[in-house]
Design a protein around this ligand. Structure first.
Ligand SMILES: [Zn+2]
Length: 338
């Protein structure tokens, strides 16, 4: 039986992405998208390897399509793979806005640890057999998640290829290192881990399925795998589709190479030999909705009171309907497939 949980309270006063942030991000991301889209290369579906898809929408010169075989929503044409990796490695000087900019420049590290990460750690520990697990966080970014896990009694370590984010996290006391996990070192890094996590990571990796496969193969039999990914069947997608010149997150190319449908996600897990134990559904759809609508300058004539106080309740309704834009999934190796 799969355990399901819905809704995650968010304190909008602590991490505030207001209209100014949104306008600036839209401007910078659209320029970066257009630049990074100048040289593209074709890829097969990152999950099933298929080559047939229906085009959905063009955003900043990239086209999201839906795989006709596994239903993954992805970019069949992406920036050159080396270029994409460079974007994280060197924080390409040509970029208006690098992927980690908000995490480093403006977000409150402490608030992220307590508000965003610790509830996720609690959910994970509730749904695994481990109390003080050895934990490896893959693509740890600034290490807020690793910090939260450490403070909850876990033996946690994180790895990322973005040196700037790693240095920022280390300065904040997080046990993280700048290292690329690959075929040669995977066993050494994750071989003894009780828990391996991929928090908002797989959607950035054009060969996500084979990377996950590599880590699963290098891990021990009773390890748990934690995966957080963006959901395509969400209100945030609907908003991005309707306002495709005002995208600041979610369907954001080329960073988000893909978004998952439930079918595509299950397909990927079957392929690498994992099964789902528990899922937490949550998101920022309602914030996305009003954040986008309020970009219209005429909205200042409306008196809509303190909309912020209603966001959590409205979002919970979407979460319960699984129309939310994120999910956090606890997985384990599927013994029935051995
Ligand atoms: Zn596919």
């Amino acid at each position: 039986m799969i355990i399901e949980k819905y809704g995650k309270h968010f304190d909008y006063s602590l991490i505030d992405r207001n209209t100014g942030w949104r306008l600036q991000t839209i401007a910078e991301r659209s320029i970066d998208g257009l630049n990074l889209g100048k040289i593209k290369e074709s890829i097969y579906c990152p999950v099933c390897g298929g080559n047939d898809s229906d085009n959905i929408i063009e955003i900043y010169s990239f086209t999201y399509s839906k795989c006709l075989h596994c239903e993954l929503v992805y970019l069949p044409e992406i920036s050159n793979a080396e270029k994409l990796k460079e974007m994280y490695l060197n924080n390409d000087q040509e970029l208006q806005k690098s992927p980690g900019d908000d995490l480093i420049n403006s977000d409150n590290f402490r608030a992220r640890v307590d508000l965003i990460c610790k509830p996720k750690i609690d959910f994970i520990l509730e749904n695994t057999k481990y109390k003080n697990p050895k934990w490896v966080d893959f693509g740890c970014g600034v290490g807020d998640f690793v910090m939260a896990a450490s403070e909850k009694g876990c033996e946690a370590v994180g790895y990322d290829i973005d040196n700037r984010e790693v240095e920022h996290g280390q300065m904040n006391g997080s046990n993280i290192f700048c290292k690329d996990i690959n075929e040669n070192n995977a066993k050494e890094i994750v071989g003894l881990a009780d828990i391996v996590s991929f928090i908002s990571v797989l959607e950035h990796i054009p060969n996500c399925s084979s990377v996950l496969d590599m880590v699963v193969n290098a891990s021990k039999g009773d390890a748990n795998f934690i995966i957080e990914v963006p959901r395509f069947n969400s209100v945030s997608s609907l908003i991005n589709l309707n306002f495709n010149d005002k995208v600041s997150r979610h369907m954001l190319p080329p960073n988000h190479v893909m978004l998952f449908t439930d079918n595509a996600f299950r397909y990927m897990l079957r392929k690498v030999g994992l099964k789902i134990d528990a899922v937490w559904y949550y998101g920022m759809d309602i914030n996305e909705l009003f954040g986008t609508l309020l970009l219209n300058k005429a909205s200042r004539f409306l008196d809509i009171g303190d909309l912020k106080t209603l966001l959590n309740e409205m979002q919970l309704t979407l979460d319960k309907s699984k129309l939310c834009d994120e999910m956090l999934v606890v997985c384990s190796k599927d013994r029935s497939m051995e």
